[in-house]
Ligand binder design. Sequence first.
Ligand SMILES: Cc1cc2nc3c(=O)[nH]c(=O)nc-3n(C[C@H](O)[C@H](O)[C@H](O)COP(=O)(O)OP(=O)(O)OC[C@H]3O[C@@H](n4cnc5c(N)ncnc54)[C@H](O)[C@@H]3O)c2cc1C
Ligand SMILES: *[C@@H]1O[C@H](CO)[C@@H](O)[C@H](O)[C@H]1NC(C)=O
Ligand SMILES: *[C@@H]1O[C@H](CO)[C@@H](O)[C@H](O)[C@H]1NC(C)=O
Ligand SMILES: *[C@@H]1O[C@H](CO)[C@@H](O)[C@H](O)[C@H]1NC(C)=O
Ligand SMILES: *[C@@H]1O[C@H](CO)[C@@H](O)[C@H](O)[C@H]1NC(C)=O
Ligand SMILES: *[C@@H]1O[C@H](CO)[C@@H](O)[C@H](O)[C@H]1NC(C)=O
Length: 469
Amino acid sequence: MFPFLLIVLLSLSWRTSASAQPAQEFLHCLSLRFHNSSSFAKLVYTQHNSSYSSVLKSSAQSLRFTTPSTPTPLAIVTPLHAPHIQAAVHCCRKHGLQVRTRSGGHDFEGLSYTTAYKVPFVVIDLVNLRSVQVNVEKATLHFCTSKQSCYWCCAKLLLVFCCNAGQSLTELYYEIARKSRTLAFPAGIGHTVGLGGHLSGGGYGVLFRKYGLGADNVIDARLIDVKGRILDKKSMGEDLFWAIRGGGGGSFGIVLAWKLKLVPVPANVTVFTLSKTLEQNATELVHQWQYIAHKLPKEIHTSIIISRVNSSENEKMTVQASFTGIFLGSTDELVPLIEEKFPQLGIVKEDCFEMSWAESNLCATQCPIGVSLETLLERSQKSVLSKTFFKAKSDYVKQLIPESAFQGLWPKFYEDGAKFASMVFVAFGGKMEEISETESPYPHRAGNLYSILYVWTGKKRKIKLLTSS
Ligand SMILES: Cc1cc2nc3c(=O)[nH]c(=O)nc-3n(C[C@H](O)[C@H](O)[C@H](O)COP(=O)(O)OP(=O)(O)OC[C@H]3O[C@@H](n4cnc5c(N)ncnc54)[C@H](O)[C@@H]3O)c2cc1C
Ligand SMILES: *[C@@H]1O[C@H](CO)[C@@H](O)[C@H](O)[C@H]1NC(C)=O
Ligand SMILES: *[C@@H]1O[C@H](CO)[C@@H](O)[C@H](O)[C@H]1NC(C)=O
Ligand SMILES: *[C@@H]1O[C@H](CO)[C@@H](O)[C@H](O)[C@H]1NC(C)=O
Ligand SMILES: *[C@@H]1O[C@H](CO)[C@@H](O)[C@H](O)[C@H]1NC(C)=O
Ligand SMILES: *[C@@H]1O[C@H](CO)[C@@H](O)[C@H](O)[C@H]1NC(C)=O
């Protein structure tokens, strides 16, 4: 007992003394390089600052990594511009500290603000890098209103949008919507997801069957490398530019800003959601969807959210599959199309709602028809994953799953811990089918039928059991 305690105490004191020194040296180094002492005092937080903890937790989406046992940074730097980041990178290197870059803080494993290894580190939080510039060149778009094929005649136009890495997806969508109802950027749906991490990992959303991933639509980037140099596409070279568009954030440098290509969308898109329980043939429908969804026209994005519910008829527990879709066209075009390709779903006009593409992003969880676009800017916009204890992982499906396998899966949803478990199927195909595995670091392209996102949310105690096994 006693020797064990001694070892613990010794290792604790070793840890604190080992980290106190680099912290002071780092701060000293940084203060010299910040020049302006007043901005240094405003932008750098250490564990002694009363707001350190709230700043650290501010954008951390997974509460799994905000517990007292989570390793925390020696300092958080919240730069206002590139020289602040260059200074932080320089001083971290000089004093042997690891850098964690944070944009939106949505990393599933908290990689932007903690570490699984016991190494001292500093968080560079890009929360203040939010300015945007819209530069719609040659914006002479002439969309035909009815014939679908007409939307894409102008797709070659270079519509450029510059944004800083600290910007969130919906802030970007809002800025685009303010300029044009018929322009969009093909990235994800998570409201507060940061562009820094999102585009670094690929970024898929409701337009990816038509236009590819967010990363496929990056024209240029400004990156700070390990030596503190600011590079663009030309100066960083082909390989590095390839790597930062899908190779994973935090590995190759700090992206300051992206230059993005916007894509055309019709003035209104059509959104639908149809929920079916097991009693309403959900098993057959999910099974059949696998054959159909990846072959639908590129203008249709479909997904299925599967979770457990109480049946509205008899209050008995059942599994529900919610089929959702977004179509780049009108209800009148969509309904006959789905009736033809997927008649079993039984879609009717009343299941469909027309709205602008920007507004359709408010449907990520539930479609609040008729709310203002400003809702996109609400940082408190909630998704199932925000600010909860969650564990999420993805699979990519290349072979059809037999119906019997789904039947075998459903009882898992009735288990005690599965109350808030869900599976999200997202149809691939379309443009993704045309891109080879090596064209970008994101390899899940041709040959993938759909992806599965497994999500578990719940109480902290249970997630420990799950993640340790
Ligand atoms: C609620 C929610 C919804 C989501 N929806 C979607 C979706 O619709 N589609 C989709 O594809 N994904 C989605 N994701 C996954 C999301 O795209 C990734 O988790 C992404 O990495 C988050 O980016 P971030 O900037 O918010 O995260 P962060 O945690 O800040 O960063 C993630 C990783 O990127 C690094 N990084 C951050 N900023 C930079 C930068 N400027 N330069 C270099 N590296 C950087 C970090 O160090 C970390 O390793 C969702 C996640 C959540 C939690
Ligand atoms: C120093 O920073 C403060 C706060 O960021 C700013 O108000 C001030 O103008 C800066 N001073 C100089 C000389 O740049
Ligand atoms: C952190 O605390 C120091 C010392 O009290 C103070 O000078 C500095 O302004 C604080 N920084 C922030 C960002 O609050
Ligand atoms: C389920 O499918 C069967 C045959 O495939 C059909 O007869 C039945 O009406 C369907 N039930 C519901 C609720 O749609
Ligand atoms: C579902 O039913 C169970 C027991 O039958 C009940 O405890 C639970 O609160 C119900 N859930 C919902 C969302 O109604
Ligand atoms: C989009 O759809 C809404 C709801 O049906 C309708 O009120 C609006 O006029 C449509 N706008 C355009 C530009 O077609």
